[in-house]
Design a binder for this molecule. Structure first.
Ligand code: NAD
Length: 258
């Protein structure tokens, strides 16, 4: 892959200090792009930004809770100033966020947290970048759905399923609204990728349970993080210039929708 693929591009990555987000940020910088990280984890942002700068990259970060629409807009406007505009948004902040899987254990606060971060957070970040992308006469937004929003996953609960399905509606409707400005919007729907957080969970499973997971994946193996990063960056880049309003399933064949 050329190291100049994202030359001149400023890429906002929400949840950019997390497992997939940091891997995406590292790859963008390696391919010549500038990154702006939004995350709630101050320590992880500081460490990632300094690592990327030490590698000669251009990186900046803000501690922002994506549930706060005003704070999101302020941070994105600041990053547009410091990075020189905004060309790409990768909206990865989210997850089950430590909430329980089963309905009898899910509190109202758990439901609000998962819906607010995944759905409203994605909306607020998209709303904040669109004016900057209009100024550039184009842009690319990649939202994060999940196999858990595409099918009834046994691993994650109802709030996660609902929020990740909602992101698909958000993605399509936004794509329709901003297409005329040259802004594309697509979703990625990963299967299980073993970030540091999830690797421990997978390792703690019994051999029989791990075998059951692997037996459900036609490719018969767990993926490298790169195998999610590369499809995300395909959607983010000009290589997908005539693709908008779609969802890209990245799950080794575990789900094959019509
Ligand atoms: N890893 C997987 O297997 C997998 C599978 C399907 C979908 N996804 C989705 O991919 C995205 C990234 O997942 P990950 O595995 O890297 O998770 P992660 O937990 O490693 O990273 C998520 C990041 O989001 C940040 N975050 C959480 N709440 C936030 C908030 N309110 N505001 C700003 N930042 C916040 C966290 O601090 C963390 O750095 C999530 O949306 C997740 O649902 C992951």
């Amino acid at each position: 892959m050329t190291t100049t693929r994202f030359a001149g591009k400023s890429v906002i990555i929400t949840g950019g200090a997390g497992g997939l987000g940091a891997a995406i940020a590292t790859s963008v910088v390696a391919q010549g792009g500038k990154v702006g990280i939004l995350d709630t984890n101050q320590t992880a942002i500081t460490s990632l930004v300094s690592t990327l700068k030490a590698q000669g990259g251009s990186a900046d970060g803000r501690v922002v809770d994506v549930r706060d629409g005003t704070a999101v807009t302020t941070a994105i406007d600041e990053l547009a100033q410091s990075l020189g505009g905004i060309h790409i948004l990768i909206a990865a902040a989210g997850g089950s966020l430590g909430t329980p899987r089963d309905m009898d254990e899910i509190s109202d606060a758990d439901l609000d947290l998962v819906i607010d971060v995944n759905v409203k957070g994605t909306y607020y970040c998209a709303r904040a970048v669109v004016p900057h992308m209009k100024k550039n006469k184009g842009g690319s937004i990649v939202t994060f759905s999940s196999i858990g929003g595409r099918s009834a996953s046994p691993v994650t609960g109802i709030p996660y399923a609902a929020s990740k399905a909602a992101i698909l509606g958000l993605t399509r409707r936004l794509a329709k609204e901003v297409g005329e400005f040259g802004i594309r919007v697509n979703a990625i729907a990963p299967g299980l990728f073993l970030t540091d957080r999830l690797a421990g969970m997978f390792d703690a499973m019994s051999a029989a349970d791990r075998k059951e997971v692997l037996d459900g994946i036609p490719l018969g193996r767990m993926p490298d993080l790169r195998e999610c990063v590369d499809p995300v960056l395909f959607l983010a880049s000009d290589e997908s210039s005539y693709i908008t309003g779609t969802v890209l399933d990245v799950n080794g064949g575990r789900l094959m929708p019509n």
